[in-house]
Design a protein around this ligand. Structure first.
Ligand code: GAP
Length: 458
């Protein structure tokens, strides 16, 4: 298999230079593990979210969207178990004072051969001692014991200092879907099985964030809960595994860069769980999760809220608490995978190298760039631009040689370049250059909108 050109350093540099992703609060020296999406990046990320929403809400039978509040009643997090169990096993290096996750240390030391998911804290501590796993920062071996660390960010609500109550920034969007189960079911008159989806921000005080936007402390999740009857859950779990995989393939992922990872250690309430892993520039790691969560979530919210979340089948009259198949994927993590997958360096006939993002056209920030061959053709080019802009996101560039302008568009993954030349003045046609093949065709400008809409759909 051909070696991939992408490295994390190249990707981070391209993202910064081309307005895709900038370090957060950069002029103040940054804010660790926060990132700001630039003019190109915000468009790509929005397109990723749109493609997901189209597939899992718009085109899905019986799936509905919500946009729930980030700040939720604290009882939600007691019911979900986050206040007591949303912990990571942390260890501090007594020499350099850096903080680490014990499971990550073991994974890195064993090069992925040992799965710490199946270990207790005591077993992890024993492994680290037996194998003399040293601090990856200072190289010394002088650890504290493992302590658990809750990942939720706390804040407080109240208008006076004396009257403050502790609340949390949500660490996942899923609970906003569970607490709205009844509202959605009643308002849409949905019958089980049905789904609730949400896209939104989540926050985690991660011990070991890093690898660019792979693991950050603020990120977006795209989550879908499928509520179904016990007994049908295993079939739906298998179906969601396939749907999650197919979504990635349809976005253009090479299946050789994807794999399922079935979990050995399940949460006490779960019946099955897996990730889809992707081969990022830093190696294989989780891209998304699919979980069979049984009736745990709705049962817990029923218990803690005192409100019945029992579903009554309108035909049989049967009463039950639905099972949940959860499909969860980080929008930023998918962005990293999409960029890693798309990045390429090609040697051209003249010996130059072009950097190109082979993005699925539906994900590209701009569907086309309008380029006047010479500056005096700008009025005609801008007329075409104005017409196209009403229908599609399109950009414009008149600076530098046509070759340089093609390169700039290749680097941000613009699928088509439209060159306006002197023939355009005569016959109303333009040159359309396709990004991947670099093939050029001649088209009437009047046909551009329809052509681009067809070629850039998802
Ligand atoms: N509701 C289930 C849930 O939140 P998770 O495995 O903790 O499960 C789901 O998270 C997905 O969210 C992950 O597969 C990943 O894509 C994304 N994700 C989780 N933590 C993240 C972080 N710190 N930074 C970026 N993305 C993250």
């Amino acid at each position: 298999m051909a070696k991939r050109a992408v490295t994390m350093d190249k990707l981070v540099a391209l993202c910064k230079n081309r307005g895709i992703i900038f370090p957060g609060s950069e002029i103040y020296g940054g804010m660790g593990n926060t990132w700001d999406y630039g003019p190109v990046g915000v468009e790509i990320k929005n397109n990723i979210k749109r493609a997901w929403w189209k597939r899992f809400v718009q085109e899905s039978e019986n799936s509905y969207g919500v946009d729930a509040a980030i700040l939720m009643n604290s009882r939600v997090w007691e019911a979900s178990g986050h206040t007591t169990s949303f912990n990571d096993p942390k260890m501090d290096c007594k020499e350099c004072k850096s903080r680490h996750r014990a499971d990550t240390l073991i994974e890195a030391h064993s090069k992925g051969k040992v799965n710490p998911d199946t270990m207790t804290n005591e077993e992890m501590e024993a492994y680290i001692n037996e194998h003399h796993v040293c601090c990856p920062i200072c190289g010394k071996f002088n650890w504290t014991g493992i302590r658990t660390f809750n990942l939720m960010f706390e804040t407080s609500r109240g208008v006076t200092d004396e009257n403050q109550s502790k609340i949390y920034l949500r660490p996942e969007t899923a609970q906003g879907e569970f607490v709205n189960f009844l509202n959605v079911q009643r308002s849409t008159r949905a019958k089980v099985p049905f789904g609730i989806a949400q896209i939104g921000k989540a926050f985690r005080n991660e011990i070991t964030p890093g690898n660019f936007i792979f693991r950050t402390i603020e990120f977006e999740q795209m989550e879908h809960q499928w509520f179904c009857k016990e007994g049908t859950d295993l079939d739906y779990y298998a179906e969601y595994k396939q749907r999650a995989w197919q979504f990635l393939v349809d976005l253009g992922f090479d299946e050789a860069h994807l794999r399922f990872h079935d979990h050995d250690k399940l949460a006490h309430y779960a019946r099955a769980a897996c990730d889809i892993q992707y081969e990022y520039p830093m190696g294989w790691s989780e891209l998304n999760g699919i979980h069979n969560r049984t009736d745990y979530d709705l049962s817990r919210h029923q218990e803690y809220s005192g409100k019945s979340l029992t579903y009554v089948d309108p035909v049989s009259g049967e009463r039950y608490i639905p099972y949940v198949i959860e499909y969860s994927i980080g929008a930023d993590r998918l962005m990293l995978a999409v960029l890693s997958e798309a990045y390429d360096e090609e040697t051209l006939e003249n010996g130059e190298t072009r950097v190109v993002l082979h993005l699925h056209p539906a994900l590209a920030a701009y569907k086309a760039a309008v380029l006047p061959l010479q500056k005096n053709l700008a009025p005609q080019a801008k007329e075409i631009l104005a017409t196209l802009k009403k229908i599609l996101p399109v950009t414009y560039d008149e600076a530098g040689s046509i070759g340089k302008r093609y390169r700039r568009q290749d680097e941000i993954g613009t699928p088509f370049c439209i060159t306006v030349d002197f023939d355009t003045l005569q016959d109303g046609t333009v040159t359309v250059r396709e990004r991947d093949s670099m093939q050029q065709i001649r088209l009437p400008a009047a046909e551009l909108s329809a052509y681009l809409l067809e070629k850039t759909a998802f």
